[in-house]
Design a protein around this ligand. Structure first.
Ligand code: AMP
Ligand code: ZN
Length: 669
């Protein structure tokens, strides 16, 4: 038995630390220095180390816990995560408002306007005031369990600031502009791949199996919606109340503004188009939501979007600049791409000095010439493109572009098929293709091998140390030390990074192979259907096209990939080097006798904490919900049950006491 005094001290320390985390991360108003905070944390760690029986999941020391996972578990969302309809410009906002008016037959409603934070959404579930599960949105119905990574974010409370609360909320995980700069600077110093933008960096961090990676990334969290919540003590009727309540519970909430009509909404949206630069994180628009929850319910949703909210998208930033040159690069499939080399301009948070011109036809269509003044913008995510040429600025010194008839890298013939827009180098051992396919192999969404960048790959190819990506696994430290800019330590790091990549998930490997048309999303889908490279290799076209989202072009490309002698040799080399070519087996299978049963808990159980009980239900295939409905299979009742008990009785839901519950759990054995 641990001394009562120590127990009490641990409890006090935790409360103290939580208070300071709240002051620091949420209120932005710290009361003690970082040093003092670290001391408190150290003290708590020491006590927990000495008395492991006092450790709890929601202790502030448990932000980075446990071993890396083998794979992501799926989480079924109890409330579907819909996406938001978009409005471009004020006319579309007015249309939105007209629809609302028509549907509600009144103009007695209010809007809340918020920033549309450019990160990724996370869905958090708290049970008994403790963080239970954090998930990604996934396809809206099923997301991925990323609790281990979300726990590392200091602005996500592991324990709420009020007792006895079950709820579900949504918010955005993101990286602040300044933190992003720092992060990339550090990565540059360590010769690691740079992130394209804060959103990619945030998303990449959350999609990691090892929580230590996320813990090192400067992630922030802002809560923006309360989704499920029930408490007889507290009634929430509006979004405003919900936001304020979330704040009381310990979440960071963001700026918001109440508006009485669409005119005010439009004014605010247009104001933020310019002011967006002033905020310390990136926003890509504004979100407009009906404030009254009863009206939201009345409006309901379509199969894709709620009818009570809309996202006002900011126009893409455009700037004019000069085309200094047009350079042709060769990609991993041998495709020649013309690129405009630009006078650098600052655009949507980064400096842009190149823009893609896609292909020969595109250059002709836009009539882009060297020395032209052009309008550029960022397309979709990251790749800047030329919108149009400002022809009035022409001086007569412009030079028209011509596609080269030889590969700019190897000098061999290039070839353009009649019905294709793309010109390709015909040389299968073109160094550009090799280099690009290796770069693709090591890239972040593929095998994610740090330290192997363009300059190292060039040297390895030029010194005949490798021919293809599989050869990376046969390098040793001495091969590398000889090379430029490589020393003992960096060589060792590179070899270790290569070694570590042997264990990557199967979907990454499939993507890394560089099969044409197979992107990282398709790789995930393929992994679901084929659990090893061997199985994928023996799939035929008919079988492949039956899979949702795999079309005939992709299927052909997959089949052809595995027909090539060259590719088979490369695969053999990967296998011989012990690169994992199979999906990781999930841990031993438990009986799934609670499948399709849903459980709700109320009151305290004796044998289990709420979290343990919920985990057990899920291990046996059941679902845990936070509120009772007519679809609930069982309500498990412990000591001091809440209002759910009466609701369950009203709805004729089967009620279990702790013993019944244990019996049901054991039913599968
Ligand atoms: P979309 O991806 O275009 O459907 O837009 C919906 C996404 O906007 C959500 O999944 C959130 O990730 C994101 N978002 C950012 N800020 C907010 C906000 N204040 N309210 C709701 N969603 C937001
Ligand atoms: Zn070539």
């Amino acid at each position: 038995m641990v001394d009562k005094k120590i127990k009490k001290r641990v409890k006090e320390l935790r409360e103290e630390i939580r208070k300071h985390e709240y002051k620091y991360y949420v209120l932005d108003n710290p009361e003690i220095s970082d040093y003092e905070y670290d001391q408190l944390m150290k003290k708590l760690e020491e006590l927990e180390e000495k008395h492991p029986e006092l450790k709890t999941e929601d202790s502030p020391t448990q932000r980075v816990g446990g071993e890396p996972r083998d794979e992501f578990k799926k989480v079924e969302h109890s409330t579907q995560v819909l996406s938001l309809d978009n409005a471009f410009g004020k006319e579309e906002l007015k249309d939105f408002d007209d629809r609302i008016k028509r549907n509600l037959s009144t103009d007695n409603y209010e809007y809340i306007v918020e920033h549309k934070i450019d990160g990724l959404s996370a869905i958090l579930r708290y049970e008994d005031s403790t963080l239970d599960i954090g998930a990604t949105r996934g396809n809206g119905l099923v997301g991925e369990d990323v609790t281990h990574n979300l726990k590392t974010i200091n602005s996500i409370p592991l324990k709420l600031r009020k007792e006895n609360i079950d709820l579900q909320l949504r918010g955005e995980v993101f990286i602040k502009k300044e933190d992003f700069k720092e992060l990339n600077k550090k990565r540059e110093e360590e010769e690691k791949n740079l992130f394209a933008n804060p959103r990619n960096a945030a998303a990449g961090s959350i999609r990691q199996l090892d929580p230590r990676v996320a813990a090192e990334r400067p992630l922030s969290f802002i809560a923006y919606d309360l989704v499920e919540f029930e408490d007889s003590q507290k009634e929430i009727n509006s979004h405003l109340q919900a936001l304020e309540f979330l704040k009381e519970l310990g979440f960071n909430i963001n700026w918001y503004q109440k508006c009485n009509d669409i005119k005010e909404v439009i004014e605010i949206c247009e104001k933020w188009v310019k002011k967006r630069e002033e905020i310390d994180f990136e926003i890509d628009g504004m979100v407009i939501k009906i404030n009254q929850l009863s009206l939201r319910e009345k409006l309901g949703s379509t199969s894709k979007n709620p009818r009570w909210a809309i996202a006002y998208k900011f126009p893409a930033q455009q700037k004019t600049t000069k085309v200094k040159d047009i350079e042709v690069t060769v990609g991993r499939t041998g495709a020649l791409t013309p690129n405009a080399v630009l006078e650098p301009v600052f655009l949507d948070g980064s400096t842009v000095s190149r823009a893609t011109l896609h292909n020969e036809d595109e250059v002709k269509r836009k009539d882009v010439r060297i020395n032209d003044t052009v309008l550029v913008q960022k397309a979709g995510d990251v790749i800047p493109e030329v919108v149009k040429v400002i022809k009035e600025k022409r001086t007569g010194n412009e030079i028209e572009f011509e596609m080269p008839d030889k590969c700019p890298v190897c000098g061999e013939e290039v070839y353009r098929e009649e019905d294709e827009a793309v010109t390709r180098c015909t040389n299968i051992s073109c160094p550009a293709q090799r280099k690009e396919s290796i770069l693709h192999f090591v890239s972040r969404d593929a095998m994610d091998i740090d330290g192997v960048g363009p300059s190292l790959i060039n040297q390895l190819l030029n010194n005949d140390l490798i021919e293809d990506y599989a050869d990376l696994y046969y390098l040793n430290k001495d091969d590398l030390i000889e090379l430029e800019r490589m020393a003992e330590k960096s060589s060792k790091n590179v070899i270790e990074a290569i070694e570590a990549s042997k264990d990557r998930e199967l979907n990454r490997l499939i993507y890394a192979l560089g099969i044409r048309h197979v992107g990282s999303n398709a790789s995930r889908i393929l992994t679901k259907n084929y659990h090893s490279i061997e199985k994928l290799k023996s799939a035929d076209k008919d079988e492949l096209v039956k899979i949702d989202e795999i079309g005939p072009v992709m299927a052909d490309s997959i089949v052809n990939f595995f027909k090539s002698e060259h590719n088979l040799k490369v695969l053999k080399k990967l296998r011989d080097a012990n690169v994992k070519l199979k999906k990781a087996k999930s841990k031993k299978e438990k009986p799934q006798h609670l499948k399709e049963k849903s459980f709700v808990f109320t009151g305290a159980l004796e044998r289990y904490t709420r979290k343990e009980a919920s985990d057990l239900v899920r291990t046996y295939g059941g679902e845990v919900k936070s509120s009772v409905s007519s679809k609930t299979s069982y309500l498990v009742v412990g000591d001091n049950p809440g209002s759910k008990y009466e609701q369950a009785q009203d709805l004729d839901v089967k009620i279990l006491d702790e013993n019944d519950f244990v019996e049901l759990l054991e039913g599968g054995n």
